[in-house]
Ligand binder design. Structure first.
Ligand code: C5P
Ligand code: MG
Length: 286
């Protein structure tokens, strides 16, 4: 029913169960569906031509507006905290304080750099960020079928909105919850708006606006897309989930994380830089 599921990148613990969920999603059709997705390394590529692609934070960190010293400090933070973020042998509870520390330090450093609101578009244009192959089919399919897309990101909201906007796919069915920059009256960055969203608090606790999910209460079929174990709680705010399909992109430390991912995500996509499988499922469902 979905030929893309035969791709070599696909891992499923229970293929029969996946088929059943997909059939139920199809039965419910567009009117019952909502999509909840992470942004960095889920909708964007993890790598291209053997090089890592930037996250929304990295786009700012690597940009020309950051001083040499600032860039070094931000890179040091990344090298210290990223291995903790993805460490398969540490618990989420253990990682939590480190994540708060990382985001807080990074946001403080960025706030000392005199970044202008008007710099963002240029930073994105000059960066190596890439949406995953097939992104236009993904965004357009959801838009055409009036399926709401909730992007829940621990990245930088202003940057990710610009990426989607520049790609020409920022359709009105999209809602974003992320870390937004706070600019003063003259357009200079002075901090980030609360609440701070990091990898492991992407759940109800940071969703002030639970109204969003209440409005969508008839959309009881949920497709969740993520790349981190922390992304699995993104749909916690949906009150009555009837059918739930979780697709996880496994980008890094694949061998060590395979087991954990296949236990938690219904479909795991290993080192797959495309949205082919997601698009194939949507084509069948919508
Ligand atoms: O959109 P998403 O929720 O995936 O964004 C979070 C990602 O941004 C994390 O996976 C983390 O590795 C990355 N990050 C970063 N620089 C920071 C903080 C987080 O690249 N200062
Ligand atoms: Mg991510």
């Amino acid at each position: 029913m979905v030929p893309e599921l035969e791709k070599a990148t696909v891992r499923m613990k229970n293929p029969e169960q996946v088929k059943k969920i997909i059939s139920l999603l199809r039965k419910g059709g567009a009117g019952r569906l909502q999509v909840i997705s992470d942004f960095d390394m889920t909708l964007t590529r993890f790598g291209f031509n053997g090089q890592r692609c930037p996250t929304s934070h990295n786009i700012i960190d690597n940009s020309r507006v950051i001083s040499e010293e600032g860039r070094k400090k931000l890179k040091d933070l990344l090298h210290y905290y990223y291995p903790i973020e993805i460490d398969p042998y540490r618990t989420v509870e253990d990682k939590l304080p480190y994540m708060v520390e990382w985001w807080t330090k990074a946001h403080n450093l960025l706030s000392q750099q005199r970044i202008l609101k008007s710099d963002i578009a240029q930073m994105v244009k000059e960066s190596d960020v890439m949406l995953r192959d097939g992104f236009n089919i993904f965004f357009d399919q959801l838009h055409q079928n009036k399926v709401p897309l909730f992007i829940f990101s621990a990245g930088v909201g202003d940057v990710l909105e610009e990426i989607i906007h520049l790609a020409g796919v920022f359709h009105p069915n999209i809602q974003v919850v992320s870390n937004y920059m706070d600019f003063d009256d003259t357009g200079v960055l002075q901090g980030f708006k609360a609440p701070l969203i990091h990898t492991y608090n992407k759940n109800n606790t940071v969703l002030k606006n639970t109204e969003y999910f209440q409005q969508l209460c008839t959309r009881t079929n949920v497709l969740l897309l993520g790349d981190s174990m922390g992304d699995l709680s993104m749909a916690d705010g949906v009150a009555d989930v009837e059918n739930f399909l979780r697709i996880g992109f496994l980008n890094d430390r694949v061998e060590e994380q395979r087991r954990k991912y296949t236990e938690s995500y219904d479909i795991v996509l290993e080192k797959d830089e495309t949205l082919d499988v997601v698009n194939g499922i949507l084509k069948f469902v919508l």
